[in-house]
Write a protein that binds this ligand. Structure first.
Ligand code: ZN
Length: 378
């Protein structure tokens, strides 16, 4: 039996290969305390069972994320299915019943850097898209912004950023689905919205953390979603570059795409705790949420984070910073690592296909909210 993880977003340490179960541990994000993302390959004898134990699971960033969690697995790195796991408060145990000579195991279906580059290359081949390198990350990777639509004639500007937390790969599966929808020339809603709206999309806010196999931080150990008040080129160039561009460009709507380790639902968090949160914020938020619920049975508003008290928002968080700075709608979308418990999928759990489907359905609440803005200004 052989275990390896020296590849894009790989993360595992073999502690004891001879023990039963085989003892493994997740590597900590560089220069930080966070860890939870894992991704490795196991090679063995077809027909054998391989009991595995992630022995440091209980001290991971979100231990409640392991409750009712099922491990993502794939033989072909294309189709991902789930393997049952058991969590006793300390370790995560699961058994691989090997049907092919090797299997990949991960916290969620990985979205590789190569796939990211493919996505950018595909998108920029469309006349309506401009790909722009805002600058470089600490490891020297491109920070790419896609501008979709005509900035000179558009009346509205919508920002979408994803994967500030690199282990939340569902966020980039979502963006891929959103771009496919927006650029689909047989989708009349997409064609209509691009007549007067321009989209600014950053598909991957944390390239270095993604490739390094981090859960939550960039190469320097910075949690990018706590850097929005005072980002720097030394510690958080990813946020610095995107924020500068936002300040220069402005925007009518800000969407930040994430995944949540613990909650088995899709939900949004708003910026109700920022100074100056007002009727406009609240109205736009309600219109968006109502329309999203109508558009997708995968979206709901019952389950989510506790609301911030007025004036008590953490202003270092991207959504709060944007909602306050631009005095408009700013939302964090959270998707599950586990499953949507209101519509569970016993084979795949929450999956890349469901992320893309949810993204497709998000076009409707965006349109409804922009239509309201137009109406209110008349
Ligand atoms: Zn996140």
């Amino acid at each position: 039996m052989h275990i390896s993880s020296a590849f894009d977003s790989g993360n595992i340490k073999v502690i004891d290969k001879k023990s039963t179960p085989v003892e493994l541990a997740i590597r900590i994000d560089n220069q930080s305390d966070f860890y939870q993302w894992f991704h490795f390959r196991l090679e063995g004898e077809v027909g054998n069972e391989y009991p595995l134990r992630i022995s440091n699971a209980g001290k991971a960033a979100y231990p409640e994320g392991w409750e009712n969690y099922r491990v993502c697995a794939s033989y072909d790195r294309h189709n991902w299915f789930r393997i049952d796991a058991e969590y006793d408060g300390k370790a995560l145990d699961f058994t691989v019943d090997l049907e092919q000579p090797s299997i990949y195991l991960a916290y969620f279906a990985p979205f590789s850097w190569e796939r990211h580059l493919d996505l950018i290359a595909w998108a920029q081949s469309d006349d309506r898209v401009q790909a722009e390198t805002l600058g470089l990350t600490l490891d020297g990777r491109d920070m790419t912004l896609l501008t979709i639509g005509n900035p000179d004639t558009a009346k509205r500007k919508v920002w979408m950023i994803a994967r500030q937390h690199p282990g939340e790969t569902m966020a980039e599966w979502f963006v891929e689905g959103f771009l496919e929808t927006l650029l689909d020339e047989s989708n009349s809603a997409a064609m209509r919205i691009l007549q007067d709206t321009v989209f600014y999309v950053v598909p991957n806010m944390n390239p270095d953390g993604s490739v390094r196999g981090h859960l939550r931080t960039n190469a320097a150990g910075a949690n990018l979603n706590r850097e929005w008040q005072s980002p720097s080129m030394e510690r958080s160039p990813e946020v610095y570059l995107v924020r500068e561009r936002m300040l220069a460009t402005g925007g009518d709507m800000f969407l930040d795409i994430h995944g949540d380790e613990a909650l088995p639902y899709n939900f949004v968090a708003a910026c109700e705790g920022v100074p100056g949160y007002d009727e406009k914020h609240a109205t736009l938020e309600n219109i968006f949420k109502d329309a999203f619920e109508k558009a997708s049975p995968d979206f709901q508003t019952e389950q989510g984070y506790p609301l911030d008290k007025p004036g008590e928002a953490n202003m270092t968080v991207g959504t709060n910073w944007c909602g306050h700075q631009f005095r408009t709608l700013a939302l964090t979308l959270e998707m599950p690592f586990k499953d949507n418990d209101t519509l569970p999928d016993p084979i795949e759990g929450w999956s890349p296909a469901r992320c893309r489907s949810l993204a497709r359905d998000m076009l409707f609440p965006i349109r409804e909210t922009l239509a309201y803005m137009d109406e209110a200004e008349k």
